[in-house]
Ligand binder design. Structure first.
Ligand SMILES: Nc1nc2c(ncn2[C@@H]2O[C@H](COP(=O)(O)OP(=O)(O)OP(=O)(O)O)[C@@H](O)[C@H]2O)c(=O)[nH]1
Ligand SMILES: [Mg+2]
Length: 370
């Protein structure tokens, strides 16, 4: 295998050189933007660095063998070469017209879509490089549908490396499940949804504990759900209360723990939460994020919790946004799984279990049909 790096202002130009040197069987291994020249960082020129490879057996000769001496034959060859060159230039010109930025148009469209989905640049770049290989590997003749399928398969494979293909029902392994997260993201509502489904659909014996004694209204809110669902509830003002509640609910199948939403970008609030509830052991903790929040803030909050036992995530308010990149960004950079996505205020219906194919559909704009 021969590998070579090329630098050109645009993808079509790079492809033209690669085709000329390596022939049509060349495979693109990687592309990235590089900046060249300039003065003190100014006036730099954007270029594209493309790494291409060819199986040495497939390599085409660089130039056509010129015919020996006969004059007219020489002329014919020259004319043919000139025509070939012209045809090549026309093709390249057409491609430039078809090309937005550096990528061929269908891939540029994908880039645009994933950008609007707020997928991180490094993840987007990896996926698009995969698509570039597929595109050029198929002679640039794929239909948008085929390319779309290829992208979906690619994303699915990456997500499957983190998240099991089929959602596990129920998705929790421990008896105690606590939800933690920033203010107003939907922790209490989601807890009520989980309780409702587990009780009504799976016939589980459910109990609630709340450590959110920060606001009176918070206790009342969970008590209201407890009444509707006919589920017992204990309010834990201290760790002792919490231990007592655990004893009280020893016969129950699933005990759901609500907690106070705080500004968890501040580590002191995380410490405070740790004092109210023991993390780890027999308690599974789920970090709840609203998809209406900024990704940078979510990441910051995840970092604050990282040293604790955060096994899973829930994303709420998917119905209030058009950008779902944060889910895959957190999943792929932090290797932590989303278990539920919530898509409305209705208890218990607006609660969806997550699988890689679900996330792919959501990301590709088919959220209504999942
Ligand atoms: N549109 C939409 N609204 C939601 C969703 N989940 C929850 N909500 C709404 O978000 C608001 C806050 O929900 P809560 O469950 O009280 O949020 P919380 O995280 O417990 O809030 P604090 O305990 O105050 O931190 C309520 O009006 C919910 O109805 C959702 O999936 N979609
Ligand atoms: Mg709450």
């Amino acid at each position: 295998v021969k590998i070579k790096k090329y630098v050109a202002p645009t993808m079509p130009e790079a492809m033209k050189i690669i085709r000329r040197e390596f022939g049509k069987d060349a495979v693109i291994l990687n592309t990235k933007e590089v900046r060249k020249g300039g003065f003190l960082g100014f006036f730099t020129k954007k270029n594209l660095e493309v790494v291409a490879a060819i199986d040495s057996d497939n390599a085409e000769p660089k130039r056509k063998q010129k015919q020996p001496d006969v004059k007219s034959e020489k002329n014919n060859v020259r004319k043919q070469e000139a025509r070939d060159d012209l045809a090549e230039q026309l093709k390249s010109l057409q491609k430039q017209i078809d090309t937005m930025g550096h990528y061929p148009k269908p891939i540029a469209n994908m880039d645009d879509w994933l950008f609007r989905q707020e997928v991180l640049p490094e993840i987007r770049g990896r996926w698009l490089n995969g698509m570039l290989k597929t595109w050029y590997g198929n002679d640039e003749s794929m239909q948008p549908d085929e390319l779309n399928d290829a992208l979906q398969k690619w994303i699915n494979a990456e997500l499957s490396g983190v998240l099991p293909a089929a959602p596990r029902t129920p998705p929790f392994t421990k008896k105690y499940l606590q939800l933690v997260g920033p203010t107003g993201v939907g922790k209490t509502t989601t807890l009520a949804k989980i309780a409702g489904k587990a009780k009504l659909e799976d016939g589980k014996r459910i109990a609630f504990i709340t450590t959110d004694t920060y606001r009176i209204a918070a206790i009342d809110q969970l008590k209201t759900y407890a009444n509707i669902l006919d589920v017992p509830i204990e309010v834990a003002y201290s760790r002792d209360d919490f231990k007592k509640a655990k004893v009280l609910f020893s016969d129950y199948d699933l005990v759901l723990i609500d907690s106070a939403g705080r500004n968890f970008r501040e580590s002191s609030f995380v410490t405070e939460l740790q004092e109210a509830v023991p993390f780890g052991d027999d308690i599974e903790t789920c970090l709840v994020f609203s998809l209406t929040s900024k990704y940078g803030d979510m990441k910051e909050i995840y970092r604050q919790f990282k040293h604790l036992h955060i096994e899973k995530m829930i994303f709420t308010k998917v119905d209030e946004t058009v950008a779902f990149g944060a889910v895959v960004n957190l999943m792929l950079t932090e290797k932590v799984n989303p278990v539920f996505i919530t898509n409305g205020q209705n208890v218990p219906d607006d609660l969806l279990e997550v699988s890689p194919s679900f996330l792919v559909k959501m990301l590709m704009g088919e959220k209504t049909s999942v």
